[in-house]
Design a protein around this ligand. Sequence first.
Ligand code: MG
Length: 370
Amino acid sequence: MLADYAVKVEESHGRRFPEPAHPYRNDFQRDRDRVIHARAFRRLEAKTQVFTRRYSDHFRNRLTHTIEVAQISRTIGAQLALNVDLVEALALVHDIGHPPFGHAGEKALDAAMRQHGLFFDHNLHALRIVEDFELRYAAFRGLNLTFEVREGIIKHSRDYRAEAYPELREYLLEQRPPLEAQLIDLTDEIAYDAADLDDGFEARLLTLEQMRAGVPVFERFYSEAERAYPQALEKLKFNEALKGMLDYFVGDLIRHTQDEIAAAQVRSVEDVRACPRRLAGFSPQADQERRAAKKFLYANLYSTAALDPEKDLAERVITDLFAFWMAHPEHLPVSYQEKARQEPLPRVVCDYLAGMTDNFIYEQYEKYCG
Ligand code: MG
């Protein structure tokens, strides 16, 4: 049973190219499945989330992170009686526009584009992937996703002003996205805060003492685990603390969002869209704890000098390859050379680089700049 403020698949604004209904999968289920079968989705497996393969084979990559976001989002979506098919499609597609090498790659690609008066934005890139780059169907380019999934790709994590992005006008930029999309940015953060503490500890870039002193919410659940399992191995108490933290943020997000929904008296998707603020969110206490965890991760993990060598390498690989193909577009694959006849060359080079996996971009670097 869906809540009255959930998106109903029968009321979808539909696909760009109308298609006959499927006998036993609805349109959002089909969109979820189209994302799973997309080439860009499979490439997430070989894209860095925070740590490259140098550290370990069992750290998160963009694909396993995406699966964690989908798992958490489904739990929350079901509890709020939202459209879980739509939630799942949005979670699975949320990082599809990320370039290789995690944040360092994104920064380098954006810097290269700015030299040509352009920029790189992973949400806009994700839209280009599902609208244009994926070639699977004979009848149209792209995945022909429903409006609600395309809208969620653009609006899940930030607002785009209509004046600055006239090309996104169809996505109702002056309105809030449905709750199914609002959730994704928050579950993304719940997932990566816990995962990055976990992987950071495993990589020995963060110590238990550091986390207990610097992340109050972690400390709370670690002390609890110590009281409940005084004899347990440290690593198992650590796992219990992370599990407690994850569960706490998920529970808080569910309860606080329910309160916000009740207070705003929303009774339909239109009410959610028309509401002046986003209704999905954490309570003030959990929000403060979330910020503290994030701040800790920035200060102690994302900006640690230990990760500098790979960030520098990522920047060099992207910057040099970008410059190489700008100077030698004849070395681009033929399909990209054709695209360069309709679009500015920097955009085409950027699209090519952004689609690459970490492995493939290294091979290209060896080949052309090695
Ligand atoms: Mg993410």
